[in-house]
Design a protein around this ligand. Structure first.
Ligand SMILES: [Zn+2]
Length: 396
């Protein structure tokens, strides 16, 4: 793997040389041709969480706008990468789904000619969250695209997309970047010292964003250590229930920490714009009041959905850490040659490994998988976590 070969807007796409080569070829085809004829109008960028899907999409968008295919230095490159280029629209959602109204808005944009740039580029970061009605609205634009419009859809797996949309996209697939590549990136891009970068890259298991968060935050490292200390403390039913309650509470606090200020600002803005609409008399005022109430209710629902998703993301990180712990336990139990992830907790890993069998570890890993699935449905987080920790309990 030769990350030195990446330059310009592609620099940070470590370990993705093949994808970069494909995208570069597409960009240079539009240049040599001088037109947009050679361009594929809909791309699907897939790859595991943390592999850099949205970074790849942004780099591609920048390269398409750049006069020399993604130098990384000109104004087009800089604004496209920063998200302020007028002809690059990036949709990132904190909601659980992207509805038909949002997609229609994008489709309207897609129909417009670029104002300054060479292409009208639309990036949908969580295309797997587009609803079925949204996908129908999208389909028309992908089927008969304007000459200079390019859609860049990002999703973990191609299968997460509606088949009709998927089949009309050209697909590129990112791989999980290596520990060495992430270590190098953290040092070069984020100025992290080598020891910390190495640690963060190892324990983040190929997730670049997670590695960066762990490298930069004492609190994140501390939280991770607490989660890894959990398995040894699950010695009674009471301990399991208590720990589950604490995990969910912490996850809610995490979510609230992110949303509190945002919620308040959004509500203030909406109230201000609604207040500006009063001042008329009679029946018109009643209608406006009803509209205002509906708008506030909508906002309230969106904010709740966002908090719920953030809480779920936080619990999902807990499950990822626990999976890595029991993976290490299984390595010890089976004598498999793989390197342990949790070197710092190795005495605890060895203790649990000695006190249980490989079969029971596989059952525990399966319980973590089931918990992850349960959290994606409407099971309350507390119940899902209680049930998991009881399965992990050392009394079993
Ligand atoms: Zn450039």
């Amino acid at each position: 793997m030769d990350s030195a070969a990446l330059s310009g807007v592609w620099t940070d796409l470590i370990g993705q040389e093949q994808v970069v080569a494909t995208l570069q070829r597409a960009v240079s085809a539009t240049e040599s041709d001088g037109s947009a004829r050679a361009m594929t109008h809909a791309w699907l960028i897939t790859g595991p969480p943390g592999s850099g899907r949205s970074n790849a999409a942004r780099a591609f968008a920048a390269a398409l706008q750049c006069r020399v295919g993604g130098c990384g230095e000109c104004n087009a490159c800089a604004t496209a990468l920063a998200g302020s280029h007028p002809d690059v629209t990036v949709i990132r959602t904190e909601q659980l789904s992207i509805g038909v109204d949002q997609v229609r808005e994008l489709v309207r944009r897609a129909a417009m000619s670029p104002t300054l740039g060479r292409f009208q580029v639309l990036v949908v970061e969580d295309a797997d969250r587009i609803t079925e009605r949204g996908a129908d609205a999208l389909l028309k634009s992908i089927e008969e695209p304007p000459a200079r419009t390019v859609w860049l859809l990002c999703a973990p797996n191609a299968e997460d997309l509606v088949a009709t949309v998927r089949s009309r996209c050209r697909r590129v697939e990112l791989c999980t970047p290596s520990t060495a590549a992430i270590t190098e990136l953290l040092q070069r891009r984020d100025g992290i010292d080598e020891v910390t970068a190495r640690f963060a890259a190892r324990v983040a298991q190929g997730h670049i964003g997670r590695a960066r968060a762990l490298a930069r935050s004492d609190a994140a490292r501390q939280r991770r250590a607490e989660v890894l200390a959990l398995p040894s403390t699950l010695t009674s039913l009471g301990a399991c229930l208590r720990a589950a309650g604490e995990l969910v509470e912490t996850a809610s606090a995490d979510a609230a920490g992110v949303t509190a200020e945002l919620d308040r600002r959004e509500r203030e803005e909406l109230e201000r714009s609604l207040a500006g609409a009063t001042g008329t008399g009679g029946g018109a005022r009643n209608i406006k009041q009803r509209h205002a109430q509906a708008a506030l209710r909508d906002l309230d629902e969106q904010q709740k959905a966002r908090a719920k998703r953030l809480q779920r993301d936080s619990l999902d990180r807990v499950l990822t850490e626990l999976t890595s712990f029991y993976r290490d336990v299984l390595i010890v139990q089976t004598g498999a040659g793989a390197d342990p992830i949790n070197v710092e907790q190795f005495d605890q890993v060895e203790r649990i490994a000695a006190a249980s069998t490989a079969e029971s570890t596989i059952v525990r890993l399966d319980a973590i998988l089931q918990c992850r699935r349960a959290l994606e449905t409407n099971v309350t987080p507390v119940l899902a976590m209680e049930s998991l920790l009881i399965s992990l309990s050392t009394t079993r």
